[in-house]
Design a protein around this ligand. Structure first.
Ligand code: PGA
Length: 250
């Protein structure tokens, strides 16, 4: 099945609003004509208004890197779905491995956030992926099935168009080690089969599964031309407009 690819930039804790705005200007000059794929920029919270303003009237979408699942309340330091929508966000990354590793994100909190994102109308990019020890111990399939099934608990078939999944092997993030297209493709098949069990076969067929982990201009073509790979979540190489433009034009 032909699925429209999603290419998302995860800027992590980089760029001020002025730097973010300048990125968008330069990036647009390289890809203005390029409408084949869905492109999403995910800056830090404080850059969202500047990036939304710079992307208005273009085909670029803007996402956040995290959110909290409650509507509002005494949750110091947190940001709600409604707040993200109010500044023009359409997407949100959930369950990134850095949030799992450093900030106590769990399969259960990812599930709570996904339910809120879906209910609010934000498109979620749900991240899953094994760490190196798990891969070496032969536990990749178990980890991917567990993370996927728990993230999707109580999500119904009707909601299947409202999120995508990003497979991000933790050992490939920021390390320069990339999964080969076949390794990623194999992991995507596992994730898709788990989604089929949880939600339904047709829904799983339509679901877009992105690959993330050291995607660069040099390896984007090989990854993105693989049938099972429906897009990319790009960290380091998305910080430089010329590099990200080359990835988008793979
Ligand atoms: P990387 O990051 O491209 O720098 O490996 C990917 C990510 O963390 O989403």
């Amino acid at each position: 099945m032909k699925r429209r690819k999603v290419i998302a930039a995860n800027w992590k804790m980089y760029k001020t609003p002025v730097q973010a705005e300048s990125f968008v200007r330069i990036f647009l000059s390289h890809i203005a004509e390029h409408q084949r794929d869905e492109i999403v920029l995910c800056p830090s919270f404080v850059c969202l208004p500047a990036v939304v303003a710079a992307c208005t009237g273009t085909h670029l979408k803007v996402g956040a890197q995290n959110m909290y699942w409650m509507k509002e309340g005494a949750y110091t330091g947190e940001v709600s779905a409604e707040m993200l929508i109010s500044v023009g966000c359409t997407h949100v990354i959930l369950g990134h491995s850095e949030r799992r590793q450093y900030f106590g994100e769990t399969d259960d909190t990812v599930n709570a956030k996904l339910k809120t994102a879906i209910a609010s109308g934000l498109k979620a990019i749900v991240c899953v992926g094994e760490v190196l020890e798990e891969r070496e111990a032969g536990a990749t399939e178990d980890v991917l099935r567990r993370q996927t099934s728990r993230a999707l608990r109580e999500i119904s078939a009707g909601d299947s168009g409202k999120f995508v999944i990003a497979y991000e092997p933790v050992w490939a993030i920021g390390t320069g080690r990339t999964a080969t297209p076949d390794m990623a493709g194999e992991a995507h098949q596992i994730i898709r089969s788990e989604v089929a069990t949880q939600i339904g076969k047709d829904e799983a067929e339509k679901l877009r599964i992105l690959y993330g982990g050291s995607v660069k201009p040099e390896n984007a073509k090989g990854l993105l031309n693989h049938d099972e790979i429906d897009g990319a979540l790009v960290g380091g190489a998305s910080l430089i407009p010329e590099y990200f433009a080359q990835i988008v034009k793979y």
